[in-house]
Ligand binder design. Structure first.
Ligand code: ADP
Length: 449
């Protein structure tokens, strides 16, 4: 068993990993920037070390982080999500210094971090992918060539990106020059590399993703799927498992193909294969793979009873998966609400500041993952997500009732949040029907008050 794990992250996910360590009898080491000195996870960790200087660099300076891990006697590092989680050089550096990286191999991080290569690999493994350019686009002429070949509408996407950055939906040839230019610039700002690729834009599909986990011995299982179609600006707002309207025939095919592909590549640790699904035709298409713990892993934990963070730690230590596919059971439905500190009157701009009142929901089937408390001051440097409310119930109907009850109980004052938006979504008949696609929220927003 590891004796000590350093967590190269902050906020609610740092706390999530500390909780797993505590239950496993492993000492936890937190790192924090000056801006995070008063964060909950810093208080909860067994040890915490300040990384002075730039508040963002504190969580990205991996040489410094790995050196710290060595000097405090940590055996392993858990990267959480975001920051260094999908940085293959970081994983490699950990290994070179004798620190276990809790995640997949650097080769897999690298392969799936390149979206164009990842699509090609998945196609080779028999998974359907969306028609698109076979390489990142060299220039505008290249973009035009492939866009014409595929046919408008198309979507430009950052080859190495995430969080919807650099993404542009292009409806006609006239729009292409401007959107190519602005997408490239945004990708360059966020990822250091502006490379874009282009693919067919699907009309309001569902975003459905498959959670998988594997060990060092070639065992891979799936933990079901999640419907992440409720999005704003290509960012998830609510996730649900299982998808209440997905026909079993499609589900089983997606889950089966995902597990088989991951077995073929020998994938270790937790990972998520993201698909777009056209419910009208029953077609599904792989879009990307995330080689890390995901924000929405909580709902999968609720329906399976499996602790995904614990399982990541165990397989990193060299233990075989503690369950076979047949031993995994799925019970009921779960839904996660991402609570963001953002101002709906200012186009959902991040709204840092002091929380003056905080009452989180409770009662049956409610799980809270939050990094904040009353009088906490949300720093302006990071992601605006301050809490995750996850809810479980035996049936979809009951989940809707419980989700509504729980989100109505949630009170945060001092900063604006998207809680009022969640209250509208959970009451929306189109949401409740389950038959909504990725455009659902953008179309509804103007009709909400
Ligand atoms: P990121 O890594 O930036 O999050 P993804 O490839 O995961 O990018 O896509 C994020 C979201 O963008 C998807 O959930 C979907 O809403 C939208 N999207 C991506 N590709 C397409 C496509 N080909 N057609 C329609 N929507 C898409």
């Amino acid at each position: 068993m590891f004796r000590k794990i350093l967590i190269a992250n902050r906020g609610e996910v740092a706390l999530r990993i500390i909780r797993a360590c505590e239950e496993l009898g492993i000492k936890s080491v937190a790192i924090y920037s000056e801006a995070d000195a008063k964060s909950l996870y810093v208080k909860k960790a067994d040890e915490a070390y300040l990384i002075p200087g730039d508040p963002i660099r504190a969580y990205l300076d991996y040489v410094r982080i790995v050196d710290l891990a060595k000097s405090v006697g940590a055996d392993a590092i858990h990267p959480g999500y975001g920051f260094l989680a999908e940085n293959a050089d970081f994983a490699r550096y950990c290994i070179s210094k004798g620190i276990t990286f809790i995640g997949p191999s650097p080769e897999h991080i690298e392969l799936f971090g390149d979206k164009v290569k990842a699509k090609r690999k998945m196609a080779e493994l028999g998974i359907p992918t969306i028609p698109g350019s076979p390489e990142p686009l060299k220039n505008y002429e290249d973009a035009l060539h492939y866009a014409r070949e595929i046919g408008f509408p198309v979507i430009l996407k950052s080859a190495y990106g995430g969080g919807g950055r650099g993404m542009r939906v292009v409806r006609s040839e006239e729009e292409l020059p401007r959107l190519f230019e602005s997408g490239y610039r945004e990708a360059e700002t966020f990822f250091g590399k502006g490379d874009l690729f282009v693919e067919k834009y699907l009309d309001n599909p569902k975003h459905i993703e498959v959670q998988i986990i594997g060990d060092k011995y070639g065992n891979v299982v799936h933990l079901g799927e999640r419907d992440c179609s409720v999005q704003r600006k290509h960012q998830k707002i609510i996730e649900i498992t299982p998808c209440p309207v997905l026909p079993n025939s499609i589900r089983n095919k997606m889950l089966g193909l995902s597990v088989r592909a991951m077995m073929q590549v020998g994938y270790e640790s937790a990972g998520t294969l993201e698909f777009l699904v056209d419910l009208k035709t029953g077609q599904f298409y792989f879009i990307e793979m995330n080689t890390r713990l995901q924000v929405e892993h909580t709902i999968t934990e609720m329906v399976t009873g499996i602790d995904i963070v614990e399982t990541m730690i165990r397989v990193a230590m060299g233990e075989p998966l503690p369950f076979t596919q047949n031993e995994i059971t799925f019970r009921g439905y779960a839904m996660e609400f991402r609570i963001n500190a953002e101002d709906p009157r200012r186009n959902f701009a991040p709204a840092p500041g002091k929380i003056t009142a905080y009452y989180s929901p409770g009662g049956p089937g409610v799980r809270m993952d939050a990094g904040v408390y009353k009088d906490y001051v949300i720093p302006p440097y990071y992601d605006s997500m301050i809490a995750k409310l996850s809810v479980w119930a035996l049936t979809w109907e009951r989940l809707l009732a419980r989700g509504k009850r729980a989100i109505d109980e949630f009170i945060v004052r001092g900063v604006p949040t998207n809680i009022p938006l969640h209250r509208q979504i959970i009451r929306d008949p189109d949401f409740r029907s389950g038959y909504f696609g990725i455009r659902f929220l953008e179309e509804k927003l103007p009709t909400y008050n």
